[in-house]
Design a protein around this ligand. Structure first.
Ligand SMILES: [Zn+2]
Length: 230
């Protein structure tokens, strides 16, 4: 079994940096009220090797440190770390193996997003910010049991049908989000909960007005390609 000593100094330096990034981003899940107790996890894939850094299993958020993060290969085998990796490790690894553009994955059980998962219904695209961030509805993924790569497979297959969405809400479970790095995936997790909450409130008020798909496409294109600092 490979250890981190088998990798180049460049890879070991990236592991050190990504341990810090991933440990710090777990605090954002607390800050945005996306997790309770030990639920939820963040991972980031390395650019210099086929490795990822992920949260340890069953460790409380206040006890997470860069050193307690676990380094695995993209089959989920531990390469460095003293703790056992997250129970969702095989699913994160599956996503990285099948989505070479993805370098960050986040999972939460955030309240409103998970409520949509419990009824198994896509969050309809009724907000311009959903056009911006998701390019359509936030899709529901299939029901899958925890512990194997089955959740990751369900996420990848759902994203093939919704290529503009960075989020899938697994039925009866909760959201998995992806991004170009772990920070982008954390942002997507926060945005998923925000729109899940707003669209839940809209449902209580009355019927949701759908946005024309052509306008959704315009919103998504402008936001992804033009908006922000350039
Ligand atoms: Zn979960």
């Amino acid at each position: 079994m490979a250890t981190l000593e088998d990798y180049s100094p460049q890879v070991r330096a990236e592991v050190k940096a990504v341990r810090e990034v991933v440990a710090n981003l777990h605090r954002q899940l607390i800050k945005w009220n996306l997790v309770v107790w030990t639920a939820g996890n963040v991972s980031q894939r390395l650019h210099s090797a086929d490795l990822m850094v992920i949260k340890p299993s069953g460790v409380r958020y206040e006890d997470l440190t860069p050193q307690s993060m676990v380094v695995t290969d993209l089959d989920g085998n531990v390469v460095d770390g003293t703790e056992a990796p997250s129970s969702d490790t095989l699913s994160h690894a599956y996503i990285y193996r099948h989505r070479p553009d993805v370098f960050g994955v986040v999972h939460t059980h955030s309240t409103y997003a998970t409520a949509w998962g419990a009824i198994g219904e896509n969050i309809p695209c009724g907000l311009t910010m959903m056009g911006d961030e998701f390019g359509g509805p936030v899709p529901i993924g299939p029901f899958r049991l925890i512990g194997s790569e089955a959740i990751g497979k369900g996420v990848v297959e759902t994203l093939e049908k919704y290529p503009h969405s960075p989020a899938v809400i697994m039925q009866n479970h909760g959201p998995f989000t992806v991004g170009k790095d772990a920070e982008a995936a954390v942002k997507a997790a926060a945005m998923t909960e925000e729109v899940a909450h707003t669209m839940w409130a809209a449902r209580q008020l009355g019927d949701i007005i759908p946005i024309d798909p052509a306008d959704i496409a315009r919103l998504n294109d402008r936001y992804q390609n033009v908006y922000g600092q350039h």
